[in-house]
Design a binder for this molecule. Sequence first.
Ligand code: PFF
Length: 444
Amino acid sequence: MDTRETWASRLGFILAAVGSAVGLGNVWRFPYVTAANGGAVFLVVYLIAAVAIGLPAMLAEFAVGRRARRNVIDAFDEIGYPTWGVIGLLGLATGFWILSYYSVVGGWVIRYVFASATGGYFGDPNAYFQGIAAGPAAVGFHALFLGLTVGIVALGVEDGIELATKVMVPAILVVLVGLAVWGVTLSGAGDGLSYFLSPDIDVFANDYATIVPAAVGQAFFSLSLGMGVMITYASYLGRDDDLAVDGGLIVVLNSAVGILAGLVAFPLLFSQNVEPGSAGAGAIFVSLATAFASLPAGRLVGVVFFGVVLVAALSSAISLLEVVVSYAVDRYAVGRLRTAVAVGVLVFALGLPSATSLETLTLFDRVASNVWLPLGATLVVAFVGWVYGQAAVDELQQGAGRLGGLGPAWLWLVRVVVLATLVGILLLGVADILAVYADIELLG
Ligand code: PFF
């Protein structure tokens, strides 16, 4: 175990974690969930959820990962609580689950980079999306996206993930800032900005019961919480950094990318008279493609935009795969390359239903964010708050500066507020999925 890999630098760890957090969740999911939940009001609740619920939960994962320096399953054994290893087992299963459809959407993005260059979707963006979203072509691009993900993970923690995300994350930030500056200067952008940035309190009063769970669920999906990514990434820390500061930076950067994506999407949509609430998994592809098709430099903007989305999607997909690969490498001492390829093949097969049916893909996404991630997060938070307790505070205080004094307050926040919120979200999420099944039954 002495030979276990570590990050080369603290920045490398932070960028890898930001790379995991920033992904299709920010650019594909966030704008359409925002549009489906009242616009600016949703943004406010999402930001509060990220800081008040997401950040404390992230620190809980960090504490376990850095203390144990093991993969998601063995970590619990290592710190003396082997039965809680079921959390890790659930994490591995959730990793397979999410990556299977995430990679299908990643495949669409690759397709859109090419289609932007050739103007492929310019004639009829809606028909174009329907044509590529499911079927043999979607299966092929799903395989291509997975192949890229496997390649990076096979290169290892330092030479693969750390190097890749060090280039990817700054590139994402620079391009999105550029696009946002351009977007807000388009004529008609003002309506988009006020839709995204001026909350209407009446909307909240009417719909808080759906807005709050959606915002908390989005915060967890977006911050990659609830399946052990942050346990795994913290396990490669060789030294005692200030984890509270690192976590804060990750939350701020992830939120910034979500806001930037909104500043690109909403002004663009409003300036082209595209209805932002036209929801569904294809929303952002159809509506942004419509906008790009009618812009003077549409091809260039399209290539740059979808290129950045692709980079963001890859840096998240590698974290999903790494959770599984890390376990196999630690436990069975098998090579990274062989493991990554083997897992890739299994994930490819699991993704076939999503690559051939858009409804299946949407259902997979809904089950992941409403059930699997909140369930995993609830278990981690319950364990760290009530079982591991003071030991977690001690771990976080290693390397912490003045923030270390907040340890006990953090513990109570985790024990009560974070845990109660997650249990509530989980119950609502399960009810939501059961309602979806009931609908399917009624229709069938
Ligand atoms: N956070 C990623 C995104 O926003 O696209 C998705 C994700 C990655 C979710 C890893 C969960 C996870 F464990």
